[in-house]
Design a protein around this ligand. Structure first.
Ligand SMILES: NC(=O)c1ccc[n+]([C@@H]2O[C@H](COP(=O)([O-])OP(=O)(O)OC[C@H]3O[C@@H](n4cnc5c(N)ncnc54)[C@H](O)[C@@H]3O)[C@@H](O)[C@H]2O)c1
Length: 257
């Protein structure tokens, strides 16, 4: 019996095979879980449907753009009707304009700031609220994806660092709010991984090189490393853990000089 046997998890953020969300989906399936996925919009639908074609036939799939008014509610209404109750929610989405992910932080626009916060931080609250009724009485677990730039300055990460700081704080506030209902909320702070979103950060290659040279494990991490940790946090093995940010970064974050 797998770690996720009997667990039903909705994952937001699969765009392609490189997505961290896809690594998480693979780990959940391997451990015997059942999946529901979103795709962001019409443009993403075809690629996500192609990926989903290789998944078990009971996999649920529906659109949801977290910035579109009513989309979150529509998604969970359909999920409740067609898929039923859930035990887990994975938030693996983020967005900032390319021009905000390079140059000086002081040049951050209000528009760019709002958009980064909306997609990358507020959406955790929106999705958690949407998921709550479907998790009622099921000891649910929510997992989101953060990065070291939330707590330390990482060149070019800029507005996304502030959004991730909000995401990690939201993880703690949500954990306190919904803990009494048996639902846990944790963040994974993942090391850099080459994905479509990551390539939007100027000079991203330097982050990968630095990590491989300086991290205690002297390597980069991959989607599988994050997927395994997510499966653990979603499983009953982690039933005593909530409100935490767990590092999956080959140890990079412990280093000083
Ligand atoms: N790749 C890294 O180095 C790294 C490191 C730490 C944390 N993360 C985080 O991991 C998560 C997943 O990113 P990824 O690297 O797998 O990239 P990705 O590009 O594969 O995934 C990003 C996802 O966000 C979704 N998204 C963007 N705007 C959205 C919106 N308005 N509504 C709904 N969905 C929307 C996209 O559709 C996509 O599926 C993000 O939160 C990212 O910040 C990434």
């Amino acid at each position: 019996m797998g770690l996720m046997s009997g667990k039903r998890v909705v994952i937001f953020g699969v765009a392609n095979k490189r997505s961290i969300a896809w690594g998480i989906a693979q780990a959940i399936l391997r451990e015997g879980g059942q999946l529901a996925l979103n795709y962001q919009n019409d443009r993403m639908e075809e690629s996500v449907r192609k990926l989903a074609a290789d998944l078990p036939s009971d996999t649920f799939l529906a659109p949801c753009d977290v910035t579109v008014e009513g989309d979150i509610q529509k998604f969970f209404t359909k999920l409740g009707a067609d898929f039923g109750p859930i035990d887990g929610l994975v938030h693996s989405i983020a967005f900032a304009k390319r021009e905000e992910l390079g140059g000086q932080f002081i040049d951050t626009s209000w528009d760019g700031y709002q958009l980064a916060q909306h997609v990358s931080a507020w959406s955790l609250i929106g999705l958690a609220k949407g998921a709550m009724p479907l998790m009622e009485g099921r000891d649910g677990s929510i997992v989101c994806l953060s990065y070291y730039g939330a707590e330390k300055v990482v060149t070019n990460y800029n507005v996304m660092g502030v959004a991730k700081a909000a995401l990690e704080a939201s993880t703690r506030y949500l954990a306190n709010d919904i803990g009494p209902r048996g639902i846990r909320v944790n963040a994974i702070s993942a090391g850099p991984i080459k994905t479509v979103s990551a390539m939007g950060v100027a000079d991203f290659g330097t982050l990968l090189e630095t990590m491989a040279q300086k991290a205690p494990l002297r390597r980069n991490i991959d989607q599988g490393d994050v997927g395994n940790t997510a499966a653990f946090l979603l499983s009953d093995l982690a039933r005593g853990i909530t409100g935490q940010t767990i590092y999956v970064d080959a140890g990079y974050s412990i280093m000083g000089m």
